[in-house]
Design a protein around this ligand. Structure first.
Ligand code: B1M
Length: 236
């Protein structure tokens, strides 16, 4: 990706600035991403347009290259942090203008488990893709998950586990959702290095996400499917 140390972002056309912010996100240049975000807003772009055409599209490219093994965890964390810097400017404006969100996600690592690097990466990538993400941290028991679900009413519950000893706890959470008659209220996505699809099926999750890019794709796909199936038929 291009070096832009001496580049005057203000001098770029809208089209070139979009291209540049994608490259700056890719390169993890938070200051430049913040500057570009402010320039877009100064040129009268809506926060939503700045988010989708500038930041989200840039992170989509990062997600693809991460999935394809071109980028690795440290680079993606830097990109995600740059995205966060831009989002810090846009978030309050988006809330004011009521821009549409792709969906809402509550995500946390399960009880007994303090690994959070991968889960945080997933959270940042989801945020980068336009989701509202409530990251409830590590070591979450059933009560903590349910308190977050009740408070935030998300579309998706995401759970992470990195230990073979803690991953069975996902079943405890999903079984409790079933017992309370709430299982169908949420899309449940699970991830973490020791998991696989068979495990996700066995515990009753909707999907296993191998990595952050897959988590974003899966979240988008399942939300779209759910919204389609909740729509009344055209002739109703
Ligand atoms: Co721990 N640890 N660790 N550890 N640790 C592992 C997991 C281990 C495999 C290392 C090993 O022995 N080879 C092993 C587990 C063995 C097992 O269960 N069979 C292990 C162990 C044993 C332990 C301790 C028990 C060690 C001890 O104290 N004796 C202890 C447990 C503490 C606890 O949790 N109670 C422990 C502690 C730690 C540290 C604190 C030192 C540190 C964690 C720091 C932190 O997270 N803040 C740590 C680390 C760093 C690791 C390794 C080295 C790296 C994990 C990581 O961050 N990977 C790990 C070995 C390994 O996995 N290679 C290991 C990078 C991250 C980007 O990948 O987390 O897989 P990952 O996330 C991916 C996907 O899995 C997926 O997307 C992410 C991004 O692509 N994903 C999701 C993850 N969560 C998702 C949620 C989703 C969707 C996708 O929701 C929708």
């Amino acid at each position: 990706m291009a070096e832009n140390n001496d580049l005057d972002l203000n001098a770029l056309s809208d089209e070139d600035l979009v291209q540049q912010v994608h490259e700056d996100l890719y390169d993890g240049l938070a200051e430049e991403v913040v500057e570009a975000t402010n320039i877009f807003l100064g040129r009268g772009w809506s926060p939503y347009r700045t988010l989708t055409e500038g930041l989200v599209e840039g992170m989509r490219i990062v997600g693809i290259d991460f999935r394809d093994g071109i980028l690795f965890v440290p680079e993606v964390l830097l990109a995600a942090n740059s995205m966060k810097a831009g989002m810090a400017i846009l978030r309050p404006l988006l809330i004011e203008t009521g821009a549409p969100r792709v969906g809402k996600v509550v995500i946390g690592t399960v009880k007994g488990d303090i690994h959070d690097i991968g889960k945080n990466l997933v959270a940042m990538m989801l945020e980068g893709a336009g989701f509202e993400v409530i990251n409830i941290g590590i070591n979450n028991d059933v009560d903590k998950y349910f308190a977050a679900l009740e408070e935030h009413q998300p579309d998706i519950l995401g759970m992470s586990a990195l230990l073979t000893t803690t991953m069975p706890y996902m079943k405890v959470v999903i079984d409790t959702l079933k017992q309370k008659g709430m299982r169908e209220d949420y899309i449940v996505l699970v991830g973490g290095a020791p998991l696989n699809e068979a495990f996700a099926d066995a515990v009753g999750a909707d999907a296993y996400c191998r990595d952050a890019a897959v988590a974003v794709e899966t979240a988008k796909r399942l939300i779209a499917e759910r919204r389609r199936s909740n729509q009344p038929p055209a002739n109703a």
